[in-house]
Design a protein. Structure first.
Length: 169
């Protein structure tokens, strides 16, 4: 037994210097693994949790939502810890707020839309500064043209070729 302890004592003293080098390598490796876990797993999970919390706190009557089970409906009543979702004309289901997966369509707030309209009117009323050498062209308004309209512009080369065809006939 004494021989075993003697051999361990002699090798233990020599390997003490070598083990400190491998110990720092081990700590660096674990540190890198912890950093990888933080940036790939923990941080994105906390970010998503924060977004979900703000979404659930901003739910209001009239928002269209989807539950975690896939049920779609419109919020009828918002309570402290639950919401009542109108699924059909006479069907209402009460869900826990945590059971709402996402808000599909938010109900427009009347105060923000009126402010946007006022800003658009102000922009339309103020004339744009004129540039030298070019005529100012008014910006096309989206409300004047239908959504399905296709605008085709004719280039001068196409116009010349049409004139040539008319002359040859």
């Amino acid at each position: 037994m004494n021989a075993l302890l003697a051999t361990m004592g002699t090798t233990g003293g020599a390997s003490a210097a070598g083990s400190s080098g491998s110990m720092t390598t081990t700590f660096i490796t674990f540190g890198l693994i912890i950093l990888i876990f933080y940036f790939l797993i923990i941080r994105p999970q906390k970010k998503k949790e924060k977004e979900t919390k703000t979404m659930l706190s901003s739910m209001k009557k009239g928002d269209k939502v989807v539950s975690i089970g896939g049920i779609r409906g419109t919020i009828a009543i918002v309570k402290e810890t639950s919401v009542v979702v109108k699924v059909d004309d006479n069907t209402r289901i009460e869900f826990s707020k945590n059971a709402i997966a996402q808000i599909i369509d938010r109900k427009a707030e009347p105060s923000s839309t009126t402010t946007e309209k006022k800003e658009e009117k102000k922009e339309a009323a103020t004339p744009a500064p004129k540039k030298k050498g070019k005529k100012a062209q008014p910006a096309p308004k989206a409300s004047q043209e239908p959504e399905d309209a296709v605008i085709v512009e004719e280039t001068p080369a196409e116009a010349d070729s049409k004139d040539d065809k008319k002359e040859t006939k």
